[in-house]
Design a protein around this ligand. Structure first.
Ligand SMILES: [Zn+2]
Length: 114
């Protein structure tokens, strides 16, 4: 009669609260560096999940930075556009359609189109 070896259990310690911790009760699926882990606590899978979360956070952070840059640059861009429109109107180097479009953009930036 062969002795049946018990299935290895996951060695992960999970935190229930700041004071309570307990061992994971799942059956182990993979061995990493001599320790057994279930699918939820496999360090390789956890690292992949964390990398995905970090990529999402980085993208969100970059969108925020881009918005912030635009907010900081907007007053200067608006002033430059107003100068350019004034110059174009004086020198008539732009056609009426362009100047109308620029004036509309300025009005929108100033909230005058509402
Ligand atoms: Zn586990």
């Amino acid at each position: 009669m062969t002795e049946k070896r018990p299935k290895p259990k996951c060695c992960a310690i999970t935190r229930v609260s700041d004071f309570r911790r307990h061992e994971c009760s799942n059956n182990a699926k993979v061995e990493r560096n001599g320790k057994w882990y279930c699918g939820a606590h496999d360090p390789v899978v956890r690292a992949e999940r964390q990398a995905k979360r970090d990529a999402v956070d980085d993208a969100r952070h970059e969108r925020k930075r881009a918005r912030w840059r635009m907010n900081v640059a907007a007053p200067g861009l608006l002033a430059a556009l107003e100068d350019a429109v004034g110059t174009a109107e004086l020198g008539s180097c732009a056609d009426g359609t362009q100047v109308t479009r620029w004036r509309a953009a300025i009005a929108k930036a100033e909230g005058a189109d509402r």
